[in-house]
Design a protein around this ligand. Structure first.
Ligand code: ADP
Ligand code: 2DT
Length: 215
């Protein structure tokens, strides 16, 4: 195949605890980019539409039980199975806006007893490196004002607190381009911050090769 002259899209990830506004902001960002004439698509992990995703979905809905290491590896496999599609879209110049990624994978499993951060990071090592990871920071009291916890697995205040601590550990890693976003602003305020960081990184990514996560 002939070398593509076009510039690649950026890989942009939104992370944060439950109800921080990730889904709301991913949608708004994609809309804003499209309106500026920049090709963009949203993705989310877990992607519950695949065969692996359906196993994960049943587990999260508490319709099935899976051993903790096993489900961790399934979440990771669910990312790896989408890598060919992701790379193709990025090469086509499409910016991907992703609702959760390997950071949720590590934060949630390592919040369980007996799991080290190190072990949890291994299966996702080498995934496409995000050009930008925005962490939507929101304290639990404010999150509570946005609605009750749902009925899915992990949706308890004690577990979410442990997850938040693991995210804080992950954010010390300087090999990842973390930006902390104040998610307690109104929806437009959060969006303005996210859009500014994203436009910046979309520009820079055009001339940089896609990296490998945690490598
Ligand atoms: P997440 O994907 O992080 O769980 P959502 O985007 O689904 O969060 O938002 C959770 C709830 O909070 C939704 O009802 C949404 O409308 C509301 N919400 C999102 N962002 C804000 C905000 N900045 N201020 C107030 N409420 C918000
Ligand atoms: P939502 O579909 O509401 O985002 O919930 N999770 C997610 C993991 O435990 N490991 C992962 O790798 C990922 C991506 C976070 C999904 C739930 O699954 C958790 C909440």
């Amino acid at each position: 195949m002939a070398a593509m002259a076009s510039k690649r899209g950026a890989l942009i990830v939104l992370e944060g605890v439950d109800r921080a506004g990730k889904t709301t902001q991913c949608k708004k960002l994609v809309q804003a980019l499209l309106q500026s004439g920049l090709p963009a698509e949203m993705m989310r992990f877990p992607d519950r539409s695949t065969t692996i995703g359906q196993l994960i979905s049943a587990y999260l809905e508490k319709k099935s039980e899976l051993e903790d290491h096993t489900v961790h590896l399934l979440f990771s496999a669910n990312r790896w199975e989408l890598v060919p599609v992701m790379k193709k879209k990025l090469e086509q110049g499409i910016t991907l806006v992703v609702d959760r990624y390997a950071f949720s994978g590590v934060a949630f499993t390592s919040a369980k007893p007996g799991f080290s951060l190190d072990w949890c990071m291994k299966p996702d090592t080498g995934l496409p490196q995000p050009d930008l990871v925005m962490f939507l920071q929101l304290n639990p009291d404010e999150a509570a004002l946005r609605g009750q916890f749902g009925a899915e697995r992990y949706e308890t205040s004690a577990f979410q607190k442990a997850v938040q601590e693991k995210f804080e550990q992950l954010m010390k890693d300087q090999t990842v381009n973390w930006k902390i976003i104040n998610a307690s602003q109104n929806i437009e305020g959060v969006h303005d911050d996210i859009r500014t960081h994203s436009l910046n990184v979309i520009n820079k990514a055009q001339t940089m090769p896609l990296g490998e996560l945690w490598k």
